[in-house]
Design a protein around this ligand. Structure first.
Ligand code: ZN
Length: 191
């Protein structure tokens, strides 16, 4: 497995890769809420670039464990859409080839209070002065390596946020299937 992933890198390695699993560098890391589909790296000590998914939507996120590169859309394309696996792998390989970072320590799994605070901060960063903003759970995809929570946890927290802060956040249940929820960040009152 590891060799197959390694061979995706475009540039030949200077030294043989370390094939021992090194969880601290992300080679076996699988935080809650994400499915790591591929791992790309270029040299033994270089940062690992993960391709992961957070749902069965068919879309992927590329995130580097060395620098802060994290994308859920193709920066080279004007179209705003999720990344299919082949585009995600291409972007991951390109990044692994040029990134000079070494892997940082993996983010610790936050406790619930910390994860909740992070989620609320991210949610309210969508707040604007005009119009409410509909947000999707997938908007948090690029933050899932630090959040380390499931989609269900995120949805439950968003619903709780609407109860706790009806002035800033609202949830609407679908009239059709009653199981789909729509999430809205409410506008700031204009002064
Ligand atoms: Zn990087």
């Amino acid at each position: 497995m590891v060799l197959a992933f390694f061979n995706r890198a475009r540039t030949a390695p200077v030294e043989p890769p370390d094939l021992e699993p090194r969880p601290e560098l992300g080679k076996t890391w699988m935080p809650e809420g994400v499915t790591v589909v591929e791992r790309h790296w270029n040299q033994a000590k270089s940062a690992i670039v993960l391709v992961y998914s957070t749902s069965d939507s068919g879309y992927h996120v590329v995130a580097c464990l060395g620098c802060h590169f994290s994308v859920a859309q193709d920066p080279d394309r004007g179209v705003v859409s999720g990344l299919n696996l082949s585009d995600a792998n291409r972007i991951a390989t390109e990044h692994a080839t040029k990134c000079r970072a070494v892997s940082r320590a993996l983010p610790d799994c936050p406790d619930d209070a910390t994860a909740r605070e992070q989620l609320r901060k991210l949610t309210l960063s969508w707040r604007r002065t005009a119009d409410k903003v509909q947000i999707m759970v997938s908007y948090f995809d690029v933050h899932r390596l630090t959040l380390q929570r499931s989609n269900e946890w995120i949805e439950a927290e968003l619903q709780q946020l609407a109860l706790d802060r009806p002035d800033v956040f609202a949830v609407q249940r679908s009239d059709y299937d009653h199981t789909t929820f729509y999430y809205y960040v409410l506008p700031m009152a204009a002064d």
